[in-house]
Each structure stands twice: as C-alpha cells, then as structure tokens.
Design a protein around this ligand. Sequence first.
Ligand code: NAD
Ligand code: WQD
Length: 346
Amino acid sequence: MKNKILVTGGAGYIGTHTCIALHQAGYDIVIYDNLSNSSREAVNRVSTLIDQPIEFIEGDIRDSESLRKVFAAHQFFGVIHFAGLKAVGESVAKPLMYYNNNVSGTISLLEVMAEYEVKNFIFSSSATVYGDPETLPIDENSKRSCTNPYGQSKLVVEHILEDLAVSDKHWNLITLRYFNPVGAHASGQIGEDPNDIPNNLMPYISQVAVGKLFKLSIFGNDYPTVDGTGVRDYIHVTDLAQGHVAALNYLEQQDSSEKNSSVGFLPINLGTGKGSSVLELVTAFTDVTGQNIPYQFADRRAGDIASCYSSATKAKTLLGWEAKLSITDMCADTWHWQSTNPNGYE
Ligand code: NAD
Ligand code: WQD
C-alpha cells in the first residue's frame, strides 16, 4: 500500500510529532518502538490528538524476527527511522551500547526491509555529522567528521546508506540532517520529556522556568559570536515533522514518475538557516513567557563548537519545504508543554 509507513522510534520526541503530521497528510502509520526512551502514554496522546487508535508494536529494531512479523503483516511504502539513542555524553561512556543500538539496529532493519522489497527509507541523521564546520552556513557537501560515538554512529550509518545506494539502484535513502529540534505540539499534549537532568539547552531552560531546576549554566561566553555564547540553528519540531512529510511526498513522486528514477543516497539539511545564541534564546524565552531564567556563565562544555547553522536551500529547492515557525513560537510552545506537564508523561 502506497500510503502505509512504518515509523521506528515513533513514540519518541520527534517521532510523535511526525506521526501527527503524517496522519494529517493522509498516511497510515504503524509505530515500532522498544520504549527505551519513551512511554505508552506518549502514543496514547498521539492517538487522542488524531482521534483514532494507532497501531503500536513494542519491539526492538535489533530483533529481526519481530521486524519480519511486522513486515509480513503490512505492505509498507517506506520506513521513517527515528529509533536510536541520542545522548552525546552517555555515548562517550557507553560506546558499544551506542554502536550496537544505532548501527547494528539500523543494519538489521535494512536487512529485513530488503527481504520484503521495501526500499524507501528516511533516516534521522544530525548536524553533528558536520563536526566543527569550516564555513557557515553548512551545506550538504560540507566535510563530515565527528568527535563522539553518538555522532560517529550517525556517520557510520550514512556511509552504510551510501554503499547500499551504490550496490542496488532500487534503494531510495533520504538522510535528513536535523539541526537543533526544540518546541512542542501546539496542543501542549506532547513534547520533549528527558529522563534525567536535560543535556540540551531548551529543555534545561524550561525546567528552570517551571522550578524543577535552580539555575542555567551557560557554557562559555568567550566564543567568537554575537555575544560570546554558542550559536545554533533551532528548529521547531512541528516544522521538522513537516519536513518528513515533504521527504515522503518526494519519494512518492519519484516512485510514480515515468522515469521511475531512483533517489539513491540523498542527504538534506533540516534547519531554519538562521543561528541564535544562548543568550538570545534565554531572552526570547523570558520575553514570550514572562518567566525569569536565572543563569551563570560557566566553562565551555567539552566538544562544543562556537557556531552551527544550516544552509536550508536544498530542502526548499528539492522538497519544497522550509521552516515557518519562529523562535517566539518555539519558546511559547515549549512553555505550554512544560507548564501543563511539569513532569512530562508521568
Ligand atoms: P527520542 O529518544 O525521543 O526518540 C527515539 C525513540 O527511539 C524512542 O522512543 C526510543 O524508545 C526508541 N528506540 C531507541 N532505540 C530503539 C531500538 N533499538 N528499537 C526500537 N526503538 C528504539 O529521540 P528524538 O529526539 O525523537 O530523536 C529521534 C531521532 O532523531 C534519533 O535517531 C536521534 O538520534 C535523531 N536526532 C535527534 C536530535 C535531537 O536533538 N532530538 C537531533 C538530531 C538527530
Ligand atoms: C546548544 C547550546 C551549548 C545546555 C546537541 C547534540 C547534537 C544534536 C542536538 C542529536 C550550546 C549551550 C546547553 C546548557 C548551555 N542531537 N548550553 N547550557 O550541543 O548544539 O547539539 O543536540 O543529534 O548531536 O550534540 O545542543 O542544546 O546541548 O546546546 O549553555 O545547560 O546551548 O553550549 O552552545 P548541541 P544543546
């Protein structure tokens, strides 16, 4: 069936938002997730938001037998592959766990896809594959290099996908390189729910705002940037979700075009093309929400870079997609989610 999509990791932060966008765009979805970093409650809320039950399978992408059962039971047009572990610090402490989950897991998924002749694939990669960029904005041809096992796991998968595209012209492998996803669904019902103390800036700010954390530490104020703090390309998770719908539409167009040409390995940045500093984000959050965010300057965080923002041209030209939501929307929606769900999905 052309509009049936398997969403691995669909119970997670970006996955849940994408499932809603896919449903709204007319796709049928099946979520496959081992719930290692998510909950049934997140899936239930997606179900409530789309006013329809969701087919959810609790399973691990490394479990080929379990995957085979899913592929045997459904005729998928393609797979959107979010499932993976994503904490940079944890990956340094537990590299084998990260390579096993993110690399071996993706190989096992691709093997089962090949068995069932499902060869449309959208992969969650990351701007982290660009390492410390030589030029800004970062376009898709920029040099790739990573300094931590999490980033390496994404880069290794990218190389696997490149090799796969060369080996067999029937594969269509879109690799979406996300910049810094933030924000939450406008309903306030789903959002980012870190297990522990957040590593990332926006969830840290929102937990300070809601009183769960005392003070933000800003890692470095001596970078060569607008105000000395790190600059990133924050992108609203709802825009990011729409980027996946645009990528699927693109695959469908290729599939039904007369030439039926294969896409091969196709990397595309999903970002806004604009950078914001840590201080700019803190100020925007306070302006939008009225919440004061106490902060202190601290040492630079190991492995951090000064600035990172995307060239968003390829996504616009090829997919007809561009980010629409502003930093104001990102802060307002984060706060809506955090203030109505101070303990996440608990
Ligand atoms: P998330 O942790 O919220 O979602 C990932 C989901 O995958 C979780 O629900 C988890 O339970 C599931 N999962 C993990 N390992 C699995 C396995 N072996 N089998 C089945 N399910 C498994 O993370 P997210 O922020 O939604 O990220 C989604 C994807 O996007 C990840 O691959 C991540 O590396 C990538 N990414 C995220 C960011 C970001 O900042 N959030 C940036 C760039 C790329
Ligand atoms: C943003 C800025 C920090 C926390 C990470 C991963 C990357 C990708 C997205 C998955 C930086 C500063 C942060 C804090 C701070 N994930 N900061 N105080 O590091 O750009 O990217 O998430 O693929 O791989 O590395 O995002 O939100 O952690 O940091 O001052 O408590 O905020 O130094 O300048 P980052 P981030």
